[in-house]
Design a protein around this ligand. Structure first.
Ligand code: FES
Ligand code: FES
Length: 401
């Protein structure tokens, strides 16, 4: 579904990016700037489920997302926002605020900013200036300057409480004239099974671990893919080919986040935004790391397991997880083993994962230090700018006193 209407794609290579497909099919509002997830000009929104399974919008970078990932799902692009309201002729309030505050000059970045603000507009947890900065840090503007854009965002978000449109949106049972808010009152089904091929290239989306292991055994060279925030860059910038992709997005065991009294169990394919929603309150140091871990659009698609299995020395999640005594559950069709995260990495981009083995979940023990001690855990990152930058050094410390 694209902006409320069904669309059908047949015979398109599975590694076609969503942005390339949109633009080739007349939806040219979304722009290509960097083609690697850094500038946000290509931002579009997905109707998704949050950490609690509730419907929500998630903005993401369509330049590094692959078309088959959205089979059976609902997308909103900037073209959809411009036909807001019952008469399909109004600007969305975030667009109106951009006009009012002169938030656009050349306009190249504007569709992306507008889609990011659109996500924020329907978030209940985005009100403070720092949250707006966090929401927009994945959108770069070369000519307008950020103050008018931030002013537009703050005005639109403040207007939510004042207008009947949003007052209704915020009480979930009330009837709502805003079609986008109304959409969020209906459940969002999990991604359905997909077996897609075009030419020799294949894209599978299994819906159980058993199916996933079956596919890995019948296609030994298949590559697992979650949000494609790494694979998308490798496609666009390194021209790598991925003839067979197996998506983790439809496997509940890989995407859910659950808790017992003793531990959190985070599916390796859970998005970083969902991890943030579920765990930030209990682990402030983890929240601090995620605040400087890429942009909102990346965190909306990237996964905690993905960040660990790539074993990149700039993967910021590992240090903080080490201080929290995390372990990882590695699984094959034959069984599972639990490995302390401290033993998982064996070198530069190397791990103990064996062929055919996947990371199923990350386990974070709960509870503090032994009785009588107090604990302080903190995270630090040195980078050339605060948001959306690669670490020069990332460090986490835990001290029990
Ligand atoms: Fe820059 Fe997609 S084109 S993030
Ligand atoms: Fe020109 Fe933002 S208005 S890049």
């Amino acid at each position: 579904m694209l902006n409320g209407a069904p669309v059908r794609a047949v015979g398109v290579s599975p590694t076609t990016t969503l942005l390339a497909w949109l633009r080739a099919n007349g939806h040219t509002g979304s722009k290509e700037g960097c083609a690697e997830g850094d500038c946000g000009a290509c931002s579009v929104a997905l109707v998704e489920r949050d950490a609690a399974g509730k419907p929500t919008y998630r903005a993401f970078n369509s330049c590094i997302a692959l078309l088959p990932m959205f089979a059976g799902r609902e997308l909103v692009t900037v073209e959809g926002l411009a036909r807001c309201g019952e008469d399909k002729k109004q600007l969305h309030p975030v667009q109106a605020a951009m006009v009012e505050h002169y938030g656009s000059q050349c306009g190249y970045c504007t569709p992306g900013f507008v889609v990011s603000m659109f996500e924020a507009y329907y978030r209940k947890d985005c009100t403070e200036p720092w949250q707006v900065s966090d929401q927009l840090c994945g959108n770069l503007c070369r000519c307008t300057g950020y103050r008018p854009i931030r002013d537009a965002a703050m005005t639109a978000l403040a207007g939510r409480a004042a207008t009947p449109l949003t007052a209704a949106a915020r009480t979930e049972s009330a009837p709502n004239p805003d079609a986008f808010a109304r959409r969020l009152q209906a459940p969002v089904p999990p991604p359905v099974a997909l077996d897609y091929a075009a030419g020799e290239a294949k894209f599978f989306r299994p819906t159980s671990l058993t199916e996933l292991f079956g596919l890995l055994s019948s296609h030994p060279s298949a590559q697992l893919v979650a949000g494609a925030t790494e694979i998308g860059v490798e496609l666009n910038k390194k021209y790598k080919s991925f003839p067979c992709l197996v998506s983790t997005e439809g496997v509940p065991e890989l995407t859910r986040i659950t808790a017992t009294k003793e531990a959190w169990h985070i599916g390796a394919g859970a998005t970083l935004t969902n991890v943030e929603e579920a765990l930030a309150g209990e682990y402030p140091s983890l929240a601090k790391m995620l605040r400087v871990f890429a942009a909102r659009q990346i965190r909306n698609r990237a996964t905690l397991g993905g960040n660990l299995v790539t074993a990149s020395p700039i993967g910021d999640s590992a240090p903080i997880l080490l201080t929290l005594d995390a372990s990882v559950v590695l699984a094959t069709a034959r069984g599972e083993r639990t490995v302390p995260l401290a033993d998982f990495f064996t070198g530069y981009r190397k791990t103990v994962l064996q062929p055919g083995e996947i990371m199923r979940e990350i386990v974070l023990p709960r509870g503090g230090p032994v009785a009588g001690l107090t604990r302080r855990v903190d995270f630090f990152k040195v980078s050339k700018r605060r948001e959306l930058d690669i670490s020069i050094v990332a460090a986490a410390f835990r001290v029990d006193v």
